[in-house]
Design a protein around this ligand. Sequence first.
Ligand SMILES: Nc1ncnc2c1ncn2[C@@H]1O[C@H](COP(=O)(O)OP(=O)(O)OP(=O)(O)O)[C@@H](O)[C@H]1O
Length: 267
Amino acid sequence: MTPRTDAPPPLQVRDVTVRFAGLTALDQVSFTVAPGTAHAVIGPNGAGKSTCFNVLSGLYRPASGSVRLGGTELTRLAPHRIAALGVARTFQNIVTTQGTVADNLMLGRHALTRAGFAASALRLPRAVREQRDHLARVREIAELTGLGALFDTPVALLSYGDRKRVELARALCLEPRVLLLDEPVAGMNAGERVRMAEVVREIRAELGLSVVLVEHDMGLVMRLADEVTVLDFGRRIAHGTPDEVRRDPEVLRAYLGTERADGEDAA
Ligand SMILES: Nc1ncnc2c1ncn2[C@@H]1O[C@H](COP(=O)(O)OP(=O)(O)OP(=O)(O)O)[C@@H](O)[C@H]1O
């Protein structure tokens, strides 16, 4: 019910390979997300970033390799089991259009609800108390993500940027120890991007969780990430701090003609 206070375990990705028919979408990819750090996975279109995220969250099962959260192997677990272990994700495309911000965040608490359906429906005292505690925590998460003033607003009335933050807040309602952010600023305007970057920084500082980020916005990646893994055609071609990867000749080559790894568009 209360926020998790223990440090997140390391997330270790080792030699992960994913094949679709004849195509190797991930080819023996390895990286480690150290506890409490922000780790970005970047690369040109088709590099394997989404495939990597889908492996981490249990939507895809790799042909070989392992993903371990602390001592627990994740690759054989269903997505809801992985979420229950404290790995929550957001999705690129917003699907939320129904209910208020509060309703959506309470849905994010579902997996943490102990009182059964019958107890809740009958409004038994334990269920009522649990519901009240969840609502209080959900309100805190709304404040933390800048949604406090919009708590009772229907999601359908929100701007795109605010709705993306509802998605983020809903993932936080699982009290994750590792947060997977799939293109968190895709489709946002400049102001919304800055706001989202601030929120991600704040939630990391406040909740001490690890963040794994897939993102095309290189400026955001360079500002937020402690470490960066660069994929190209399913292979890891570089790895290091933002400063190290932005100078890496392989990375510059991979991005040539698409975008530069230093956050500037290629001329
Ligand atoms: N379900 C699938 N079936 C077949 N091929 C797939 C599937 N998902 C991804 N691929 C292929 O695997 C490769 C990696 O795709 P992926 O979506 O992981 O790349 P990405 O780096 O996320 O790209 P983008 O930046 O364009 O989202 C691509 O060649 C893609 O066409």
